[in-house]
Design a protein around this ligand. Structure first.
Ligand code: SF4
Length: 92
């Protein structure tokens, strides 16, 4: 089974308008932000047409990888979703 197929089994409750991860506004991405493009297992980070890194946190599995890479340098701001929101893992 591919990772993408396993991730598809999870369910997400999106807290509309209250993204739990924010990317600091930038003109060119820092090395840490560039790393996030490939480090996120759910592929939440993408380059926009201006070459800036954007996040769509809807499919985030709250693994914390981007928090370790991007938060110490201030490139991103990371908080757990409010109770009841975010990923709902399916086991088995
Ligand atoms: Fe991706 Fe994990 Fe960061 Fe969520 S916490 S955006 S899944 S790296």
């Amino acid at each position: 089974v591919r990772v993408e197929d396993k991730l598809f089994q999870n369910r997400y409750l999106v807290d509309a308008g209250r993204a739990h991860i924010k990317v600091r506004p930038h003109t060119t991405p820092s090395p840490a932000l560039k790393t996030l493009l490939t480090a996120c297992p759910a592929r939440c980070y993408e380059l926009n047409d201006k070459g800036q890194v954007e996040i769509t946190a809807d499919g985030c599995v709250e693994c914390g990888t981007c928090r370790i890479i991007g938060e110490p340098s201030g490139d991103i701001e990371w908080n757990y979703p409010r109770g009841g929101y975010g990923v709902l893992f399916k086991f088995g």
